[in-house]
Write a protein that binds this ligand. Structure first.
Ligand SMILES: [Zn+2]
Length: 1015
């Protein structure tokens, strides 16, 4: 007998802040008075492989006379074997629901890179759906408490009258395939189920659903699955392209906001003033709610959020444990440090971020699955662990996803006032930040030498929902005293001990305690005030990160540092002095733009090189015009110009001025060119080469080339192996990172056992278009490809490699004199590191000032030698030069007895970024000596151990400190440029892009300014 044993949650609501969270009070399960769709229910049970993989919430489907079930589109039930719907089918069903019921509303939230639609589906009671706008207006006031003057009483009235929004997103990771059908059925249940449990959700929460987040990747995944079904017994191609640009990383874009899906979800979450953003993934058995996860938590979240994670996570585990469903847990190894995950849009915008990992088979086949011992082991937080071995179906996955979500929605609905109040409180506390945790503001000075980069970063903050103000007058604030770098701190553990050994480890004398200093910022400086509702995201992105080398968390989930000012090469001042909030300023309306245009008269335009990324866009905007680079700094038209500055001829002044204005570039017209040595900078013909192993990391490069309108051909290792005249087609070939590190694999490709793996458009696989194609993904670059690349460089081409593809170039002999030392203690996990200019005359660093930050993750440690085959291994520290046993003290020479002492020649010495000078012995018959003009030229190096770390984690930093970061290697008539850092990463490294752009624009003049050794 079914009895309503508990009191309705509404009766429990206590006033104001004393209210504890209520547990779910309604019994889950079908309403006895509502008929069940017998046929559908039978299929659910048939496709569920064990009864305990189901719950009272999903082991039946309520029947409706008017509303179609997912079967109307799928032809079978959600999660049925062999069925994966395309995004269009999912949308069609959601629109059928909307048509059939006033409880559903479907909206378009934007388009993908390839033009596919993204949608959001709202499900709630008819009354709530009819009053979405009024509700949103109330939520908007709670979201921005300044509108109600931070008045808690007024807030309580709004809370009482409002309904919160719980936003669920499915299948951002395309091989994780279960969510769309689970969400179709979830939407149906929420629409038609008349059980008290579901009714309470429908009447107290607006459930918002984006069933497919990575739409381009979903449609490709369905293609691949159909290919698999049509080719039984064969191996199928891996999904090498998910989105148009990146694969798994599409979930790491919530800082840079460069992907359409991130922007669309952000705009929906912020625009609807939602309270929760809950992403669905599939990689862990059977349901891991990883928002509770493990430490370290992101250091900028409101502590209220940490509590909300615990509340929701443990409630989920608790409810599903009572259902007897195995493998449900919420504590685990996932740290919540990086704010780049899609769900973190909520964490950074006063909501609650959540993420499920459920279990999936990467398709809709039902299969026997075997887990690793660590996965099925019982632990303190996983009392009912997954089974070591079981048959698993997509229906099981759909049961888990829906059961988890329904219990979460029930808990959220029962506690809606708690979560709405927290939503308000988090916004209010964000506004109160200057007076509490601080800082008061971040300032972007009007005299920054890179105003284009500055505007670009400010626009990203605007896209995040931040308000930007501009000082109408100069203002002065007190800046905290600059602390001396902590010994041993910044270089990671052990840096202090080695510091004295570093070449510039000058002795530090005790100093007076430094005092706060006044600092004046000029009029026109931009101010990001922290007394605004979304101050938290700005603070997180602009502040510094420190991940302790001895942190107990050893499986670091993602990057550890991201400081946007540093990696963007933009000056950002963190101001704690609250007086700044009284400085004269106005809020910027519209998006921040750097001022640009052309002034003066004359046929020649002079443009200062400040490494602003728009400069390369300008070059390619006028491919027919003549651009020259000045090889020395100069002064003209009353202005100073850096080395590398552009001298433009042959572009119509009007057109150039228009482009410069649009791009935020200041040009000066002159009637005569300055008398300075120049060389041409051409609109080089570029190819970006990818492998068929992975296209993930190179996608971030491609994306920015597209955004900056730099034309390029997209080629792959197989086409290179077939192209004997690459130099005839290209000036520059970019081999971006992400080729999985091993040079041999780049040559070999995938395993040639088994059948061919096509990646191409066929009637069966129409959605593989708009990427690249091949009849067989397996073959790699091959030895002919290596030879073709070498031929390309020998004939004057430029090959650019970075991070792991550096290993490819070094291994196959593109870089005589460069070797990679194995790291023994070095640990760099997505960190910002300090660089130092080595050769300021190299075109690669045109426009740069010293000491900018670069991004590195497990960077190769590069050593330089003047001989072939030399220089491998590690450079000896001071212990390597210890004197042998003999007379005298440690730094005395030994003296043989009975003869006149001979003076020992000085040992050749070199810095870590230099080659050891050649000895006379090596020069006697210099067969291995690399001629001076063919030696690697080190352009940029890593900073000293004491100040190497800018943001993130650095351990064993002395292994990397002072070593070469960017090397220009001549090879034949051409060059190979090596980046130990990764210059293009998740739109976080915009300050490094121009190192690559300089190499491209100066590809045939990279030797400019080079000083050759005499011998
Ligand atoms: Zn995933």
């Amino acid at each position: 007998m079914r009895i309503l044993r508990y009191i309705l949650p509404a009766l429990l609501v206590a006033p104001l802040f004393s209210q504890p969270a209520a547990s779910i009070l309604l019994r889950p399960g079908r309403s006895a008075s509502q008929p069940v769709d017998e046929e559908y229910t039978k299929k659910i049970r048939e496709y569920t492989t064990e009864t305990f993989f189901n719950s009272p919430l999903t082991d039946y489907l309520p029947a409706s006379k008017t509303v179609p079930t997912p079967k109307a589109v799928l032809g079978d039930v959600a999660g049925a074997p062999g069925i994966l719907p395309y995004s269009a089918d999912v949308y069609r069903y959601m629109r059928m629901l909307e048509k059939a019921s006033p409880r559903v509303k479907v909206v378009t939230i934007g388009k993908t890179e390839e033009g596919r639609e993204m949608i959001a589906v709202a499900v709630a009671s008819e009354k709530l759906i009819a009053s979405l706008d009024e509700n949103r207006a109330r939520l908007a006031k709670l979201a921005d408490p300044r509108t109600i003057k931070l008045d808690d009483t007024e807030a309580e009235k709004l809370i009482a009258a409002s309904t919160p929004i719980y936003y669920i997103t499915g299948t951002i990771h395309s091989p994780e395939t279960g969510a769309p059908t689970a969400l179709m059925e979830l939407a149906y249940r929420l629409t038609v189920d008349e059980s008290p449990y579901i009714q309470a959700i429908r009447e107290n929460t607006i459930t918002l659903i984006t069933p497919v987040v990575e739409v381009d990747g979903r449609d490709r995944m369905v293609d691949i699955y159909k290919w698999h079904l049509a080719n039984p017994g064969k191996q199928w191609p891996s999904l090498i392209y998910w989105g148009h640009y990146v694969a798994h990383d599409n979930n790491r874009d919530s800082m840079g906001l460069t992907l359409q899906l991130t922007r669309n979800v952000l705009n929906t979450f912020v625009g609807w003033r939602a309270q929760v953003l809950h992403d669905l993934h599939e990689s862990v058995a059977y349901l891991y709610d990883n928002t509770v996860g493990d430490g370290p938590y992101n250091a900028w979240i409101d502590p209220i959020l940490a509590d909300e994670w615990q509340m929701m996570g443990w409630n989920n585990v608790s409810e599903m444990t009572k259902f007897g469903m195995p493998g449900v847990f919420t504590h685990g190894t996932f740290d919540t440090w990086s704010p780049s995950y899609l769900m973190f849009i909520a964490a950074m915008h006063n909501g609650v971020s959540r993420l499920y990992e459920t279990f999936g088979n990467g398709g809709a086949d039902t299969e026997e699955r075997t887990l690793r011992p660590a996965e099925y082991a019982r632990t303190w937080y996983k009392q009912n662990p997954p089974l070591p071995k079981t048959k698993w179906s997509q229906r099981n996955n759909n049961n888990y996803e829906q059961t988890g979500l329904l219990t979460a929605l029930a808990y959220f609905s029962a506690n809606k006032q708690v979560f709405l109040r927290n939503f308000y409180l988090k916004a209010k506390r964000s506004i109160e930040k200057p007076a509490t945790a601080g800082p008061a503001a971040y300032v972007f000075a009007a005299d920054d030498p890179r105003l284009g980069a500055q505007a670009d970063l400010l626009r990203m903050l605007q896209d995040q929902g931040c308000e930007i103000s501009r000082a109408s007058d100069a203002f002065t604030v007190m800046m905290p005293a600059k602390k001396a770098p902590a010994r041993g701190g910044r270089g990671g553990r052990g840096a202090a001990a080695d510091d004295t050994a570093s070449t510039d480890g000058a002795e530090k004398k005790p100093e007076e305690k430094p005092k706060p200093q006044p600092k004046t910022f000029p009029a026109g400086s931009y101010i990001v005030r922290m007394d605004q509702p979304y101050s938290r995201i700005a603070d997180t992105l602009l502040d510094y990160q420190y991940w302790a080398a001895n942190d107990p968390q050893k499986s670091i989930y993602d990057d550890t540092g991201w400081t946007f000012g540093e990696l963007g090469n933009v000056q950002v001042a963190r101001v704690t002095d609250v007086k700044i909030l009284d400085a004269p300023m106005t809020m910027v309306k519209g998006s921040v733009q750097a001022k640009g245009g052309i002034s003066g008269d004359g046929d020649i335009a002079l443009i200062n090189h400040n490494a602003d990324n728009a400069l390369i866009t300008l070059r390619y905007r006028f491919p027919q015009a003549t651009f020259d680079a000045a090889e020395e700094p100069f002064e003209a038209a009353g202005h100073k110009f850096n080395r590398g500055s552009f001298i433009v001829r042959g572009a119509a002044t009007g057109d150039l001025g228009k482009a410069a204005a649009e791009l935020g570039i200041q040009a000066y017209a002159a009637s005569a060119a300055p008398t300075v040595k120049t060389h041409p900078i051409r609109a080089a013909r570029i190819a970006i080469m990818h492998t068929w192993l992975s296209t993930q990391a190179e996608g971030w490069w491609r994306l920015e080339f597209d955004r900056l309108n730099i034309p390029y051909d997209y080629i792959n290792t197989q086409t290179v192996s077939k192209s004997s005249d690459l130099r005839g087609k290209y000036d520059v070939i970019i081999f971006a990172p992400g080729a999985r590190g091993n040079p041999q694999t780049i040559v070999d490709g995938l395993s040639m056992f088994g059948n061919p793996l096509p990646w191409k458009v066929t009637p069966e696989t129409p959605n593989l278009a708009k990427t690249d194609e091949t009849d067989d993904m397996r073959p790699g670059l091959g030895w002919t490809g290596v030879a073709n690349l070498q031929d390309f460089v020998r004939k004057g081409g430029l090959l650019i490699t970075a991070n792991d593809t550096v290993n490819f170039a070094v291994t196959f002999g593109f870089n005589p004199g460069v070797s990679i030392a194995p790291a023994t203690r070095l640990k760099v996990t997505g960190s910002a590191l300090r660089s130092k200019l080595v050769d300021t005359a190299s075109p690669i660093v045109y426009g740069y000032n010293d000491n900018f930050a670069i991004f590195a993750s497990t960077p190769p440690i590069l050593n330089i030698s003047n001989t072939i085959g030399g220089g491998g291994g590690r450079r000896g520290g001071p212990e390597g030069s210890e004197r042998p046993t003999g007379r005298g003290t440690a730094d005395d020479p030994d003296v043989p007895q009975g003869r006149t002492p001979a003076e020992a020649p000085e040992d050749p010495k070199a810095e870590a970024w230099e080659a050891t000078p050649l000895t006379n012995e090596q020069l006697r018959n210099p067969v291995s000596v690399i001629p001076p003009a063919a030696r690697p030229r080190v352009v940029l190096r890593y900073g000293n151990a004491s100040d190497l770390l800018v943001s993130g984690l650095l351990d064993g930093g002395t292994e990397l400190a002072q070593h070469a970061a960017v090397i220009d290697s001549p090879y034949g008539q051409g060059h190979v440029v090596l980046f130990s850092n990764n210059p293009f990463w998740r739109a976080e490294t915009k300050g490094s892009y121009f190192l690559v752009f300089n190499a491209i624009l100066n590809f045939d003049n990279l030797n400019a300014g080079r000083k050759l050794a005499e011998k």
